[in-house]
Design a protein around this ligand. Structure first.
Ligand code: UD1
Ligand code: CA
Length: 466
């Protein structure tokens, strides 16, 4: 296809979404961990395109900010939301300056597949249509615009639910809200759209009837998978959208060699890369992550923005964010890795251990009940139960360095900044305030004193006090 023929993409996302009953703009409600609008923008990016624009209005600043990671997006501001045709109208000046077609998407129709939209554009081009729009048949078409056809089956126009007669309401073929317009034809129709309808809005769908009257080639492009065109107008439809995408994603993963135990309870962001023979337990959620071959993630875990390397094992109830876990490492049960934690190969992190912004070298272990923050820890270090890096003085964070082969006895704490030199040994119950030289034994606890028979006497004194 000629480069110039790639469509301009316009995403309508200015509506408030009254039926959501929410302070958050509708298109920012999340579907599998991301605002529904991101799913639509991702689709636009994945298609060959000449430009991508978003019409914003309600919650404009919030919506634009939520899209800041997308380069080269163009925003148009619809100050008042007077309907979908009015929304397209705010991009009119821009559309006058470009050629070819415009693909119009809705920010609340977020389950479309790349292949379906590509097929729509191909049909539009091959048949030299003026307008191609997606339709489907729904058992329950309530809420959608109905496609009105004549006796010969040719499209005559679209009737919105609010304006449809009881006969028209029986039509099960609906408008999906996805259009490929020849830009000149669209602009010609826009100028003539009126708001004389039940909702007093300027309907983009009226362009269809107008172009038919103009004898322009208008084609309804049917999609058989009606789930794709599911529009989110309320929270029930939001939950349905998430479930549809969940099933689609999980089915794909299972077919590619990932084991999911009770897939209905597992939520995986479709963009995650997950290798073969990965096993994921019930109730687990995975987003923005890369998971290599043979990794096991047990139930009720939350994995966000992580890289889990080959064969590592994340046990029940662990929460991992912004971290990487090396090959064959073991984490949990009930461990918490906070952002910027890096565990090397074979590391073992046990129950109730919290790690923040720290690196742990190969085969290092922290098996029970510890807090490790702002630390750089070498290889083969053994951290006993109940170890704490006291890294915060109320104003600043300080670093702890623990070199290779150090043994840290249980119930110890280091007041950072501090370094434990290579091969040193920290006695249990120590509170360390000074660096420990390599190979030394550090004893940072008060000396024990035993007073013979004193315990027995103390008990008697206390009893007599009653
Ligand atoms: C629209 C269609 C309907 C179709 C349905 C498919 C119209 C008039 N109706 O109805 O035929 O079956 O989609 O999902 O187009 N928006 C703006 N500015 C506005 C109004 C809306 O940007 O002034 C945006 C909304 O944010 C939303 C999209 O346009 O992303 C669709 O608007 P919505 O109000 O949800 O239209 P529907 O009633 O669903
Ligand atoms: Ca809608």
């Amino acid at each position: 296809m000629n480069e110039l023929k790639h469509p301009h993409v316009l995403i309508l996302a200015a509506g408030q979404g009254k039926r959501m009953h929410s302070k958050l703009p509708k298109v920012l409600h999340s579907v599998l961990f991301r605002p529904m609008l991101h799913h639509v923008i991702d689709l636009a990016y994945a298609l060959p395109h000449s430009s991508i624009s978003v019409v914003v209005g309600h919650g404009k600043d919030q919506v634009e900010k939520a899209c800041s990671q997308y380069p080269k997006l163009q925003f148009f501001h619809q100050k008042e939301q007077k309907g979908t045709a009015h929304a397209v109208g705010v991009a009119e000046e821009f559309l006058k300056t470009v050629q070819g077609q415009v693909l119009i998407l809705s920010g609340d129709v977020c389950l479309l597949r790349h292949e379906s939209v590509s097929a729509l554009i191909a049909d539009h081009n091959q048949n030299e249509n003026h307008l191609t729009f997606v339709t489907t048949h729904l058992k329950n078409p309530m809420g959608y615009g109905r496609v009105v056809r004549n006796a010969e089956g040719q499209v005559q126009g679209i009737k919105e639910e609010a304006d449809a007669s009881s006969e028209e309401k029986k039509i099960t073929e609906i408008n999906a809200g996805l259009y490929c317009f020849d830009i000149r034809s669209l602009l010609g129709a826009l100028a003539r759209i009126q708001s004389s309808n039940k909702q007093g809005e300027f309907y983009l769908t009226d362009a269809i009837g107008l172009l038919v009257q103009d004898k322009k080639k208008v084609v309804g492009f049917p999609l058989t998978d009606h789930q794709e065109i599911h529009g989110v107008n309320d929270r029930k439809a939001l939950a349905d959208a998430e479930r549809i995408l969940q099933v689609r994603t999980n089915d794909r993963l299972m077919m590619s060699g990932v084991t999911l135990h009770q897939p209905d309870s597992i939520l995986i962001d479709p963009r995650c890369l997950i290798g073969t023979d990965v096993e994921i337990g019930p109730g687990t959620q995975v987003s923005s992550s890369r998971i290599e071959e043979g990794v096991v993630i047990e139930g009720q875990c939350r994995i966000h923005d992580c890289h889990l390397e080959k064969g590592c094992h994340i046990k029940q109830g662990s929460y991992l964010e912004g971290s990487s876990v090396g090959p064959e490492a073991k984490v949990g049960p009930y461990a918490h890795l906070r952002p910027e934690s890096k565990l090397a190969k074979g590391v073992k992190i046990g129950n109730f251990v919290e790690i923040k912004k720290s690196t742990l070298g190969e085969n290092t272990k922290a098996s029970h009940l510890s807090y490790i923050g702002d630390a750089e820890i070498g290889r083969n270090v053994n951290i006993g139960c109940g170890f704490i890096t006291c890294n915060y003085d109320g104003e600043h964070k300080h670093k702890t360095t623990i070199e290779d082969n150090v043994f840290v006895g249980s119930d110890s704490q280091v007041i950072a900044p501090l370094t434990l030199g290579k091969d040193c040994y920290v006695a249990s119950g120590s509170t360390l305030t000074k660096n420990v030289p390599a190979g030394a034994l550090a004893l940072g606890r008060s000396k024990q004193m035993n007073k013979l028979n004193y315990g027995k006497r103390l008990r008697e004194t206390l009893k007599n006090k009653k």
